[in-house]
Design a protein around this ligand. Structure first.
Ligand SMILES: NC(=O)c1ccc[n+]([C@@H]2O[C@H](COP(=O)([O-])OP(=O)(O)OC[C@H]3O[C@@H](n4cnc5c(N)ncnc54)[C@H](O)[C@@H]3O)[C@@H](O)[C@H]2O)c1
Length: 341
């Protein structure tokens, strides 16, 4: 039985991924700082799962003993949160990721998969592929590029390294939902207020992928028999059919919510726009997606109706990190000799 170590396992993608790999027979070591709470606790009965609470920056080779593959998801996970604390983001998303890859290599792990992002295409023109010029805007995107560059160089015959430049993900992940991702947040606002917002006229392009398909792409990497297809390779992860302009997505929501108001604002502080080609992953690995944005919208709507997911502060990455910073300040100012009471 193969053992995978997943960093960032307590997050939106991580919690979903842990459950998926357990369900198909893998042993999983779920490692996370658990900023968003103990999101995996109700899976702890599973004997194939080991939960490790730690920071990726503190790992040593002992953490990788007996591990066959590493999927490295841990990160400050979006562009605005990275601007809240750029130096911490560099520490975690760049130096931390490189540290994980180096430790994994030293420990003799066979496969390392990095969770990168299409965000690094930034404000590009035309349709971009893996060889296109990168035009990062945020600290987040710059750190993904810096980490990817160094990590890919670690690839050898015995250490198979792959970087996955993911499209923006959508869909329900009920242990740590994210309502700061395009489809997810629009569904929430349409469901709650019958109103959605489109910033900057909505002409910007975004590639999208359902969380199930994304996790499946990572599984394809782990199960690829021909190592030469994946070792030292970078893949855009998504599908050509799911590149959308934001305003068109907003209008599409009218199919699911009656009397929907769409408010378009003239400007958007986020100037990213990227339309991405996904031929490489399809041609090399036979990857295709099975879900559409209709599936995503309907499942989120249904999970909101049933109360399976709610609009808590933990679902908004930037707001939650701001909240942690202010809670930390308050506690520090109230404590005397390290004691609250
Ligand atoms: N969700 C998307 O649309 C998307 C798109 C492209 C790439 N990605 C990448 O995929 C990965 C996962 O994203 P997500 O949406 O699940 O984000 P998330 O914020 O839900 O999860 C990130 C997890 O990393 C953990 N973490 C952060 N710093 C850590 C540290 N120093 N040590 C240990 N754990 C730490 C957090 O506690 C959190 O559980 C990230 O690398 C992100 O950049 C996500």
């Amino acid at each position: 039985m193969e053992t995978i170590l997943i960093t960032g396992a307590g997050g939106y993608i991580g919690t979903y991924m842990v459950e998926h790999f357990l369900s198909i027979g893998y042993k999983v070591i779920a490692l996370d700082r658990f900023f968003f709470g103990n999101t995996l606790d109700n899976l702890s009965f599973n004997k194939k799962l080991k939960i490790v609470k730690n920071d990726i920056r503190l790992l040593n080779i002992n953490h990788f003993k007996g591990v066959d593959s590493v999927i490295d998801l841990a990160a400050i996970s979006n562009d605005p949160a990275s601007e809240l604390f750029p130096s911490i983001t560099r520490d975690i998303n760049y130096k931390g990721a490189v540290h994980v890859a180096k430790m994994a290599k030293k420990a003799g792990v066979k496969i390392y998969v990095f969770s990168s992002s299409c965000s690094m295409y930034g404000a590009g023109n035309g349709i971009v592929n893996e060889k296109s010029h990168l035009a990062p805007i945020s600290t987040y995107a710059k750190c993904k590029i810096a980490a990817e560059n160094e990590i890919i160089k670690l690839s050898t015959k015995n250490f198979c390294v792959t970087s996955m430049r993911n499209a923006t993900v959508y869909g329900v992940s009920n242990r740590r939902m994210r309502f700061d991702l395009l489809i997810n947040v629009m569904t929430l606002h349409a469901w709650k207020n019958r109103k959605i917002f489109v910033l900057g006229q909505g002409k910007q392009w975004r590639p999208l992928i359902h969380i199930y398909d994304l996790v499946n792409a990572f599984r394809l990497i782990l199960e690829e028999k021909e190592e030469s297809k994946i070792n030292g390779e970078i893949f855009n992860v998504g599908s050509n059919e799911q590149n959308f302009q934001v305003v068109n997505i907003a209008n599409y929501f009218r199919n699911f919510f009656q009397d929907l108001a769409i408010e378009v604002t003239p400007s958007d502080p986020d100037t990213r726009s990227y339309r991405v080609n996904f031929d490489k992953i399809t041609k090399t690995l036979g990857f295709t997606v099975s879900k559409t944005i209709d599936d995503g919208i309907l499942e989120i709507k249904s999970a909101l109706d049933k109360g399976i997911i709610t609009d808590s502060i933990q679902t908004r990455t930037l707001d939650y990190y701001k909240y942690l910073i202010s809670a930390d300040k308050i506690l520090s100012s109230v404590k005397i000799s390290g004691r609250l009471f």
